[in-house]
Design a protein around this ligand. Structure first.
Ligand SMILES: *Cc1c(COP(=O)(O)O)cnc(C)c1O
Length: 640
């Protein structure tokens, strides 16, 4: 029974499809994490939440699994290495991580640490990112690639970076910045390496299609590129032009688009080489898609190719084009960030309230005198199953109709009518459950599902933790992390605790479609009911905002030992009320003196006693260090 329920849960939530080997459901019915992407070691998320509670870390909690990051990074390199071995590619691989995908210190430090063995570098797009990136001691051969719009200060910092021994490459986005670089090189008597960002005719696909193509915001058109080549040659800096770069957008959903861009960019690379420049690097940008819904299609939250297929196509096309143009194969640089970062973190929070749909079936007791039809309705409820649910649901509809008539004729008491509603509600839940797991799509039940979704209030902010859901309808896998050996009996949408009607999650990943509601359990009164939001490691932390003054959440960084125990766990406290207010220019002393002034007045007016004054004042002083999300005091008291 349990085993088959586990199997059903796997299907309903699609965890094997989007989990990429990192997530699964264990025999205890909890979601577990496989940080190495295989069964070597796993961590039970339900138990991790117990650990968090013991440590008095409050929800919402962001879990980081640095070993997932490392595994994903290894997979990226392995895929390209496989492809290069297969085709006997005569060139190297030097990947970089794009800073903008996740700039949190905890994250970047891990990238720097586990990237060392691959000579993994960093890609930056702004002054601040460059400044932060330069303080790390990367592998001596790692690249530091500088994209984006540059002012003189950034360019000067890049020249200093070269003196610091960095392999820095300034990617030219326009001829003006190139002119400044040339001028500055003359002044200081040396020059950094330069790359050219090509504006390709080829476009990506999916939400970021606009990043590619002739109208793209970035890169040099063919005319500008010719002008840039002329300027570089004229300045005598030919040997400093080392790289051609392009990036046709994030989350490319179709492999066809990848190939088209690759063909065009390889040709640009080869032609520049043939015109007498000694290029060494072809930077293919980012864009490797993450299959958020597990559908393996060109749907906007998916990708219709595997990593290996991507790498094979890239390597093969570059080699073919270089061969035909008779130029040496370049070092390949991938800037894919989403693919590297997305899997490593997830958010867990607890449900605080469920909008009540009706009474509890367990409280329904029929007596000897209960009407026969009511007894029949209860029997339907008890014996409905996966084989008969359509027929039994129809029977229930009929019984309900009859009971309604009986009531109108005065043959049914109010209590019995209430009981019939609770029983009918339970039958609907069960029928919907069997429909969901059957995999068939019957319109009748889909319509029923829409009318019956409950609202689950979860302790988090969509704007802070999954802003892309709000901003661009990005979908993330969401599911309960415990009780997966129990049937779900509700479908619901998830509301956050912001006072914004946009703070409601009503679209969920599905292998075939987009689900309008999620299968959920009824929370038990004595235990927290946890929901996990997965694959949030890319972009969400960078884009998260402080709507309603909610801030960065508590974090737990977890490393697993080979035997499946926790090897190390570090916590990073989320932002408190004081930090959030300071970010918006409030000052602690002003806030506190505002309180004092008002309280004093109340005291002087004898509206409060001095004991009350002291009590209120004591509470206010510590409030600045309060976690802005809903605390669950009772739970902490039980444990602490
Ligand atoms: C954003 C960006 C990337 C990363 O794209 P992903 O979709 O995260 O792989 C790479 N290169 C450049 C220039 C970018 O702007």
């Amino acid at each position: 029974m349990n085993d088959s329920t586990l199997q059903i849960s796997r299907q309903v939530f699609g965890i094997d499809a989007w989990g990429n080997g990192y997530f699964g459901i264990n025999a205890a019915g909890n979601v577990c994490v496989y940080p190495f992407g295989d069964e070597r070691a796993s961590l039970d998320l339900g138990e991790l939440m117990n650990t968090a509670t013991r440590r008095k870390i409050q929800t919402p909690i962001l879990f980081r699994f640095p070993q997932i990051l490392e595994t994903q990074l290894n997979r990226l390199h392995k895929a390209f290495q496989n492809a290069m071995e297969e085709t006997k590619y005569e060139g190297n691989l030097r990947c970089v991580f794009p800073f903008k995908v996740n700039q949190r210190k905890e994250f970047i430090e891990e990238i720097v640490r586990c990237g060392h063995k691959h000579a993994y570098g960093l890609e930056v797009g702004t002054k601040t990112e460059l400044f932060a990136a330069l303080h790390y001691e990367l592998h001596p051969e790692a690249l530091l690639i500088c994209n984006g719009f540059k002012d003189s200060h950034l360019i000067e910092l890049a020249f200093d970076a070269k003196k610091m021994g960095k392999n820095i490459i300034l990617v030219i986005e326009g001829t003006d910045e190139l002119k400044y670089i040339i001028e500055y090189a003359k002044t200081v008597g040396f020059c950094v390496d330069i790359g050219l960002r090509a504006k390709l005719y080829a476009k990506g696909s999916g939400l970021w299609e606009k990043s590619g193509g002739a109208e793209s915001k970035f890169g040099l058109s063919t005319v500008e590129m010719t002008e840039a080549l002329y300027l570089i040659e004229e300045a005598g800096l030919k040997e400093h032009l080392v790289m051609v770069h392009y990036h046709i957008g994030s989350q490319i959903t179709e492999i066809k688009r990848v190939k088209n861009a690759m063909k065009e960019a390889s040709r640009v690379y080869a032609k520049i080489c043939r015109s007498g420049f000694n290029l060494k690097i072809l930077n293919i940008g980012g864009g490797i898609g993450v299959d958020y819904d597990g559908s393996k299609t060109s749907f906007y939250v998916s990708a219709n190719y595997t990593l290996q297929e991507f790498a094979n196509d890239v390597v093969y096309i570059i080699q073919e084009v270089c061969k035909s143009e008779n130029v040496k194969c370049p070092t390949i640089v991938s800037e894919s960030g989403r693919f590297v970062a997305a899997f490593h973190s997830l958010l867990i929070t607890d449900v605080r309230e469920v909008e009540k749909m009706g009474g509890e079936i367990s409280e329904v007791v029929l007596s000897e005198s209960s009407h026969k039809i009511l007894v029949d309705l209860l029997n339907v409820c008890k014996s409905i199953n996966g084989k008969n649910y359509v027929e039994y649901y129809h029977d229930a509809l009929e019984y309900r109709e009859e009971l309604f008539t009986l009531f109108n004729l005065g043959f049914l008491e109010l209590e019995d009518r209430a009981r019939s509603e609770v029983i009918f509600d339970e039958i609907c839940s069960k029928a919907l459950y069997y429909h969901a797991v059957s995999g068939v799509h019957l319109e009748e039940f889909e319509d029923l599902a829409k009318t019956r979704t409950s609202k689950y209030l979860a302790n988090f902010s969509i704007f802070q933790s999954i802003p892309d859901f709000w901003g661009i309808q990005q979908l993330f896998p969401v599911m309960p992390i415990t009780r997966l050996n129990e049937k779900t009996t509700r479908t619901g949408v998830i509301m956050d605790i912001t006072c914004d009607s946009d703070g409601c999650l009503g679209k969920f990943v599905d292998k075939h479609d987009v689900k309008q509601s999620l299968e959920l359990h009824v929370p038990q009164s004595n235990k927290p009911y946890y929901v996990g939001f997965f694959l949030v490691g890319a972009y969400q932390e960078a884009l998260g905002n402080n709507h309603n003054l909610f801030g960065a959440v508590n974090e737990l960084n977890v490393r697993v030992g080979e035997n499946g125990t926790i090897e190390r766990i570090d916590d990073v406290r989320g932002e408190d009320v004081g930090e959030l207010l300071r970010m918006f220019n409030y000052r602690d002393d002003e806030i506190l003196s505002g309180y004092v002034k008002q309280l004093r007045k109340r005291l002087d007016d004898q509206a409060i006693t001095s004991a009350e004054y002291d009590l209120i004042w004591a509470r206010i002083k510590v409030f600045l260090t309060e976690y802005p999300y809903l605390v669950s005091k009772s739970r902490l008291e039980i444990i602490g």
